[in-house]
Design a protein around this ligand. Sequence first.
Ligand code: G3P
Ligand code: MG
Length: 247
Amino acid sequence: MKPWPYPLWLAHRGAGKLAPENTLAAFRLGAGFGFRAFECDVKLSRDGEAFLLHDDTLERTSSGTGSPAEQDWASLAKLDAGSWHSPAHTAEPLPRFAQIAAFCQANGCALNVEIKPCPGEEARTGATVAREAARHWAGADIAPLLSSFKPEALAAARAAVPALPRALLLDRLWDGWADTAEALGVVAVITNWRCMDRALIEQLHTRGWRALAYTVNDADVAARLLADGIDGIITDAVNRLGPGGSS
Ligand code: G3P
Ligand code: MG
């Protein structure tokens, strides 16, 4: 297999649950715990700004309401994406993808960009995120790893910027997943940790793909995956696991 440039441990949504997910505050905290690779969720505003948010709607993790795909970035940029988590993070904004790209490069961190389209936005989001990623990381040593649960988004990313590495995300091993991954030209498959075992890791390696698992917050599960030969672990438990943790 080709050399794998990504660190073993990736902090999920910045710093897991210890700071407001998918914000710069979370990335700063994760980096403070020693993480040098992150996962984040990226989607588009109505006017095509790529920014970080997990859900299809704004309510859970911001002061906004409704779908961000129906709002322009000028409105989204005013939202408070920190108060829902804790008073210390009041007024923390939703970050633009460009800001996270700059943070990662300034701090020597790799990024796994999960393309997380709002419903119906799969192709537009995949293409836009890939083009932005190529621009933000031009000349960088380690390219961002683009991943998605949505094959349509990965296909659009591939069409837009074929050279960027891609990974298929799987919450379960649905029929035809391996053929889909092959057709998308992935370098890795990232599954729910419950699906990942030694046999699957060997199957993925035989095809020339790396094996990563999310979201691993239990030290025993992490130890089992490491013994099985996992290539990457995405965790919320940045204070207990990872480069500075016990596993
Ligand atoms: O990319 C791994 C993980 O983030 C996928 O699940 O729902 O946390 O985005 P989710
Ligand atoms: Mg994610």
